[in-house]
Ligand binder design. Structure first.
Ligand code: HEM
Length: 458
C-alpha cells in the first residue's frame, strides 16, 4: 500500500521545519505534493503522518465506525502523558472516552455555561481596569489572565484564596514554559526525564508543583464535601459509573489538568488574534462597535452572544489562523480506506485544519480577513473545523465562543485601543498551537466608559 507523496528529506529535518515554521512548511508541501501529502517526522522512530484538508476526507475521518481509530494513548507524546495523565479525556479511547465525554460535556453548555456570563464579564473588566492609557500591553498575556481566571472558577467554584492564586500562577508559568518552539522540539527529541536540568525534568517539576495543589484540593473536598457546590470538580466527584464506582484521585487530577490546560490557552490565543484583526482593519472595528452600541449601555450577555457580526468576527478569527493547526491524529487499528486509498493500521491520519481553512473553493481570497463570508453562507462541519469533529470534537466549543464574545464585547465597549505596531503580523508556533507573536501589543488610547475595580486578579 503506497502512501501519498511527500517530502523525501530526512525525518529529523522534516520535524525541524514542522516545529520551526509550521504554516510555511504545510503550505509549501501542499503546493508541491497536493492533497493529501505524507510527512515523516521524528528522530529515533519517525512517525508517518498523512495530512488531509478536503471536506470529503474530513467527513470520512470524523464519521467512521466507533472504535476504528485510536486517537489518544496510541499517538500521545510523552509531554501529553506527563501533563494530562493517562486518564485524561484526550488520551482515552473507546467506551471510556465516550463515557467521560458524557460527563464532561454538559457543564460547558446550556444553562451551566450561561451561568458563567457575569463572571466572564467581571474578569474582563478587572483585567481591562489594570491597563493604563498610552501604555502598551501584551495581547495574549492579558487575554490569558481572563481565560485562566474563568476556567479556574468554573472548575473549582468561586472560592478565592492562596491555593487558587498559586494554581493560577503555576499554570500560567507552565504554559509559558511549554510555548517555546525550541523547548517543544527538545521534548519531542529527548522524551525521557533525564534529571532536573533536562527539558522533560523541568516540565515534570512544574507539573509536580501543580499536582500537589490539585491533590490537596481533592483531599479537602473529600474530607469536607459541600452538597451545594456546583462546580465541575464537585460534579466529577459525585459521578458514579455503572458499577457505582466514583473517580479515584489520579483520575480526578488528570481530568482537572486537561480542562485547565485545554480550556484556557486556546481561548486566550483566539481572543488575542481577534483583537489584532479588529484593530488592524478599521472597517471591521467600526461595524463591530456599531453593533455592540446598538445594545445600549449594560447589555444582557445573551444578547451579546447572539450578535451576528460579532459571531462572524469570531469565526473568521478562528478560520484564518486556527489556534489548532491540526486536529488529533486518527490512528486506524486496522487498514482503512480514506477517499481512494487504503491506509495501513498505525498510520497517523491527520485532519489539517490550517489548510482546510485556506481552500479557495470554500473561502475565496483565503488570506483576507473578511467576517462577512460567515454572514453570506453557512459552512459545513467539514469545511469550517476550528474545533475538529466527530467523536473527538472539542467539548469546549460553546464555552469558548461564549467567552470570546463576552470578553471582546466588554473590552471594546470600555476602551479604545490601537495596535502598537501597525505592520501585519504572522502566526508563530506556541507549543501545539498557532499564536500571534509574543510582541503583539495594543495601546489603550481612551476610555469609552468609566472603569470599575473588581475582584483581585491573579
Ligand atoms: C478557541 C478555543 C478552542 C479551540 C480552537 C479548541 C480546539 C480543539 C481541537 C481542534 C480539538 C481536537 C478535536 C479533534 O481532534 O477532532 C479540541 C479538543 C478538546 N478540547 Fe478544545 N478548543 C478550544 C477551547 C476549549 C475549551 C474552552 C475547553 C474546556 C472545556 C476545551 C477542551 C477540550 C477537550 C477536553 C478536548 C478533547 C476532546 C476529546 O478528545 O474527546 N477546549 N479542542
Amino acid at each position: 500500500m503506497s502512501l501519498p507523496a511527500g517530502p523525501a528529506s530526512p525525518p529529523p529535518l522534516q520535524l525541524l521545519q514542522w516545529i520551526g515554521r509550521p504554516t510555511d512548511y504545510l503550505e509549501r508541501t501542499a503546493r508541491r505534493y497536493g492533497d493529501p501529502f505524507t510527512m515523516r517526522l521524528g528522530l529515533h522512530s519517525p512517525v508517518t503522518g498523512v495530512f488531509f484538508s478536503s471536506p470529503e476526507a474530513f467527513q470520512q475521518l470524523f464519521n467512521t465506525e466507533p472504535g476504528l481509530f485510536d486517537s489518544g494513548g496510541a499517538n500521545a507524546s510523552s509531554t501529553f502523558n506527563l501533563l494530562f495523565g493517562t486518564n485524561s479525556l484526550i488520551l482515552l479511547d473507546g467506551e471510556r472516552h465516550q463515557q467521560q465525554r458524557r460527563l464532561l460535556t454538559p457543564p460547558f453548555h446550556g444553562e451551566r455555561m450561561r451561568s458563567y456570563g457575569e463572571l466572564i464579564r467581571t474578569l474582563a473588566e478587572q483585567v481591562t481596569a489594570r491597563w493604563n492609557l498610552g501604555t502598551p500591553f501584551q495581547a495574549r498575556r492579558s487575554m490569558q489572565r481572563i481565560s485562566l481566571g474563568v476556567i479556574l472558577k468554573a472548575v473549582f467554584g468561586l472560592h478565592d484564596g492562596t491555593r487558587y492564586l498559586r494554581v493560577c500562577r503555576l499554570l500560567g508559568n507552565l504554559i509559558d514554559a511549554s510555548a517555546s518552539p525550541l523547548l517543544f522540539g527538545l521534548r519531542l527529541i529527548f522524551p525521557q526525564d533525564a534529571g532536573p536540568m533536562s527539558p522533560m525534568g523541568q516540565l515534570k517539576a512544574q507539573i509536580d508543583a501543580i499536582d500537589e495543589l490539585l491533590y490537596a484540593e481533592i483531599r479537602e473536598r473529600r474530607e469536607r464535601p459541600d452538597p451545594r457546590a456546583d462546580d465541575i470538580l464537585s460534579l466529577l466527584m459525585a459521578a458514579r459509573d455503572e458499577a457505582g464506582q466514583g473517580m479515584g484521585d489520579v483520575e480526578l487530577r488528570d481530568e482537572l489538568m486537561t480542562l485547565l490546560v485545554a480550556g484556557h490557552e486556546t481561548t486566550a490565543t483566539a481572543m488575542a488574534w481577534a483583537l489584532y484583526w479588529i484593530h488592524r482593519l478599521p472597517q471591521v472595528r467600526e461595524r463591530l462597535l456599531a453593533e455592540l452600541d446598538s445594545l445600549g449601555s449594560d447589555p444582557d450577555p445573551e444578547a451579546i452572544a447572539r450578535l451576528p457580526y460579532l459571531g462572524a468576527v469570531c469565526s473568521e478569527t478562528l478560520r484564518i489562523y486556527p489556534v489548532a493547526m491540526v486536529a488529533f491524529a486518527r490512528v486506524p487499528r486496522r487498514p482503512v480506506r480514506i477517499l481512494d486509498r487504503e491506509y495501513p493500521a498505525g498510520t497517523f491520519l491527520i485532519p489539517n485544519i490550517y489548510l482546510a481553512h485556506r481552500r479557495p473553493e470554500a473561502y475565496p481570497d483565503p488570506e483576507r480577513f473578511r467576517p462577512e463570508r460567515f454572514l453570506e453562507r453557512t459552512f459545513s462541519p467539514y469545511e469550517f473545523v476550528p474545533f475538529g469533529g466527530g467523536s473527538r470534537r472539542c467539548i469546549g466549543v460553546a464555552f469558548a465562543l461564549y467567552e470570546m464574545k463576552l470578553v471582546l464585547a466588554t473590552v471594546l465597549s470600555r476602551v479604545e485601543l490601537r495596535l502598537a505596531d501597525p505592520r501585519p503580523r504572522l502566526p508563530v508556533r506556541r507549543g501545539l498551537t498557532l499564536a500571534p507573536p509574543e510582541d503583539l501589543h495594543l495601546i489603550p488610547t481612551a476610555l469609552r466608559s468609566g472603569h470599575r475595580d473588581l475582584l483581585p486578579a491573579c
